[in-house]
Design a protein around this ligand. Structure first.
Ligand SMILES: [Zn+2]
Length: 265
């Protein structure tokens, strides 16, 4: 994005210009998004790129909005910053080059990362519905994926899960893999294929769903010679699923229902 300094000055507030374009730092405990706890997406104030999900936000006590992981690593660039006599990792918006903040390795969550971001570098978009964060759906992502320029696109990364869109070219396969820590859910959207899970073979087509348990050896193959196989997949850690199951079982017990493992469909 090649905007001139003049364009940036008219587009941004003086404080945003100082931080985003001149690598400044806002005063701690002054940013309007510091204590924001609503569900939604934090985007670059310079260009609107999606940077951090509210799922990743935590209170670091530093006075700047802090996140444990980016929503989309393709929108984030990391650079060694040796100014002020310190060696720090600068976080930059990949799309517009705007300075966002710094990355530290003292985060309290599983990722161990603390993305320390200036509030004024961010704009917040509240989730209108449960699917609001999955905004990548009908954008150029799908087109690029269909053309197979990059068959795997991360659409959403949350604390407990990751949603990925994949598009396999005719005859293409993902390759045998095992995810030790995550269950994987496939939802097939277009085409015909085969899924192998621990040597069992399943034929799949549009609308089919498949669950691969953590630790299972699996592969997906597009069996068509002419059309692509499009699928959405969610990786979810089993401990998170267990939480949901426990919750559901408790609810079932409360209402004295007996769940026999069958669904009504
Ligand atoms: Zn940007």
């Amino acid at each position: 994005m090649a905007e001139s300094e003049k364009d940036w000055k008219s587009k941004l507030t003086p404080e945003q210009y100082r931080v985003l374009r001149k690598k400044g730092t806002e005063l701690s405990f002054t940013g309007k998004l510091l204590h924001n706890k609503e569900n939604g997406m934090y985007m670059c104030a310079g260009c609107g790129a999606e940077l951090f999900s509210s799922d990743a936000k935590f209170d670091s006590g530093t006075g700047w909005p802090s996140f444990d992981s980016p929503a989309n690593t393709r929108n984030i660039e990391l650079k060694i910053d040796s100014t002020l006599g310190m060696s720090r990792t600068e976080i930059i918006c990949k799309q517009c080059g705007g300075h966002l903040g710094h990355l530290f390795n003292d985060g309290p969550t599983k990722t161990g990362k603390r993305f320390c971001i200036n509030s004024c570098s961010l704009e917040f978009k509240k989730n209108e519905s449960g699917v609001g964060q999955m905004k990548g759906f009908m954008t150029g992502l799908e087109q690029a994926t269909k053309k197979n320029t990059d068959f795997r696109k991360v659409l959403y990364t949350g604390k407990f899960s990751q949603l990925v869109l994949m598009c396999l070219a005719p005859g293409e396969e993902i390759g045998m893999e095992v995810h030790e820590t995550h269950d994987q859910f496939f939802r097939f959207d277009e085409g015909v294929g085969k899924v192998f899970i621990d040597k069992n073979e399943y034929k799949v087509k549009d609308g089919d769903g498949v669950i691969v348990p953590a630790g299972a050896q699996h592969n997906v193959i597009n069996v068509s010679k002419t059309s692509s196989l499009k699928l959405y997949t969610i990786y979810s850690p089993p401990e998170h699923k267990d939480k949901v199951l426990r919750h559901t079982k408790k609810e079932a017990e409360a209402s004295e229902e007996h769940f026999d493992g069958k669904t009504s469909e």
